[in-house]
Design a protein around this ligand. Sequence first.
Ligand SMILES: C[S@@+](CC[C@H](N)C(=O)[O-])C[C@H]1O[C@@H](n2cnc3c(N)ncnc32)[C@H](O)[C@@H]1O
Length: 232
Amino acid sequence: MDEGRDGSGRGRAGLASTAGYASDAERLARQYESVTFDQVHRDVLPYLDVAPCLACDIGAGTGRDAAALSARGYRVTAVEPVKELRAIGRRLHPDAGISWVDDALPVLREINGPFGLVLITAVWMHLDAEERARGLRRVAGLLGHGGRLALKLRHGPVPPGRRMFDVPPAEVIDGAAGLGLELLHREHRTDLHGRDGVTWSGLVFSRPARPRPASDAPPPPHGCGGRGPGSG
Ligand SMILES: C[S@@+](CC[C@H](N)C(=O)[O-])C[C@H]1O[C@@H](n2cnc3c(N)ncnc32)[C@H](O)[C@@H]1O
């Protein structure tokens, strides 16, 4: 694989995973910000309602979700490889207290866990098979015990100038299971923007909580897990 400077691979027709985003950033920003965090994550909200903690939004775009999490009390790192989108995110959400990081899957050199919540929304289908396998290992390693991973995959036609792959949810579910992550929720939804043929898979995983020692020690500092559906 020919890897770009940002760690995002180049695959189909020589395109990078971020192809098409920089040149269209202002229009895409209006589209991303025309829907809310609550609308986008409607069915998974109960699984995201763990105690506020450290969260990481990977492929954060304009920071819509990062800002919403921040407003809910999370300390949020927003990873976004496209500088035009980071700049718009800073402009649109100046007071959200988001830490913006220039980094990319699958390597994610610049960030360290553990996070109580990792969000990957509308990003995974941009990665080729090798990047997805490597990226999932990296993401699983960023989750703290009891931490949650919420991932949304786009299906359907590929917009011109973008790189996308048809990723079956089963691939992510099997890969995550192999890394010890438990599937809490799976959904398939129509597109909020009403685009022809576009549908979405939503998956929520949990890294099992560390078994409580006999001394009943306090939970880890990222402070997530133990509340919401599927927390056991
Ligand atoms: C469809 S947008 C989604 C943005 C945001 N998550 C949202 O839901 O509004 C896809 C995002 O993935 C980012 N992206 C593409 N390749 C990436 C990679 N290798 N690592 C991290 N993010 C990537 C793009 O720059 C873009 O911000």
